[in-house]
Design a protein around this ligand. Structure first.
Ligand code: SF4
Ligand code: SF4
Length: 295
């Protein structure tokens, strides 16, 4: 049976999504659940800081191709320069040269070029992905190089590898730490997911982004539940989030109060739940509800 894929997203960054995800992983491990961890926040992965993965496999990730002009074959007909919509072809010292920072990789220059061997489309390595061992189980994670695009495709690769591991070992759950926002990497992390957990906090910007994250999950027909982190920061906004969940018919999975203890735990390299046993009831209630929802 295909593993149930539980994706934690937030809309806004900084709501404590990874704090909740890592404590979920820690709690599941201590309660003898079997799972694969997928860190889909490929632009700014940080689960590894707590999970301290031992990398067992490393692969390069290839993104779009960039045009390259072979000056020896080029007959300087100027067609590529005239057709390039991205103004990516310069003439330097009489030679036609592609500016890799402007080239979009559309390939039109190669189509119009009258000389077969004058333009090559060169695939670009834009990141790396890894399969690692952690104390809590197998982890798939990745790194997108600075300025590189295609983070959605890299998220898809991370999830795909996590499913291959789960399929092979008959592992029932994949826990995905999703990226912030609602852009391409988030839609990739929601695609095919069994359940989305939106982690929010009681601030206006987080509520706004939470609503967009929920709408995105609805769009992909992924069932969704809400977690309220730092709940004690603003009672009125906390209440507004609970009312929103009720109005939308979304399960409110529970709340975690703002606590300096969590900050101290993370600073000391501990999972929030590990460092704050006084919050066990809050975390456990949320985690048990998530597992009930994905049954
Ligand atoms: S691949 Fe497209 S964007 Fe790049 S140089 Fe050729 S025409 Fe321009
Ligand atoms: S279209 Fe081909 S031959 Fe013409 S200038 Fe460009 S690279 Fe050279």
């Amino acid at each position: 049976m295909r593993a149930k894929e539980i994706v934690l997203i937030s809309g806004k960054g900084g709501t404590g999504k990874t704090t909740v995800t890592s404590s979920f992983v820690w709690w599941m491990h201590n309660n003898n659940y079997n799972f694969v961890i997928a860190d889909a926040d490929v632009d700014a992965a940080d689960m590894h800081l707590l999970l301290k993965p031992q990398i067992k496999r490393k692969e390069y990730f290839t993104g779009k191709s960039i045009a390259k002009i072979n000056t020896e074959s080029c007959i300087s007909c100027d067609l590529c320069k005239q057709y390039c919509r991205f103004d990516a072809i310069d003439i330097i010292d009489g030679n036609y040269v592609v500016n890799p920072f402007r080239c979009d990789g559309c390939g039109l220059c190669k189509l119009v070029c009258p000389v077969d061997s004058a333009i090559d489309m060169i695939p670009q390595t834009v990141g790396e992905w890894y399969i690692s061992d952690t104390n809590s189980g197998k982890m798939v994670h990745a790194k997108l190089y600075p300025g590189a695009e295609n983070s959605g495709n890299l998220v898809t690769m991370v999830k795909h590898q996590a499913h291959l591991i789960a399929d092979e070992a008959n592992i029932p759950y994949i826990i995905v730490d999703g990226p912030p926002g609602i852009g391409c990497p988030v839609t990739s992390s929601l695609s095919g997911a069994s359940y989305a957990v939106v982690v929010s906090e009681p601030t206006f910007s987080a509520i706004h982004d939470m609503e967009r994250a929920v709408d995105t999950a609805f769009h992909f027909r992924v069932p969704v539940g809400l977690v309220l982190n730092k709940a004690s920061l603003n009672d009125k906004n906390a209440q507004a989030i609970k009312e929103y969940a009720e109005k939308k018919g979304i399960p409110f999975l529970g709340s975690i109060p703002f606590s300096k203890c969590i900050v101290d735990a993370l600073v000391n390299g501990k999972f929030a739940l590990e460092g704050c046993p006084e919050l066990t009831e809050n975390f456990e209630k949320i985690f048990k509800k998530i597992l009930e929802e994905v049954k």
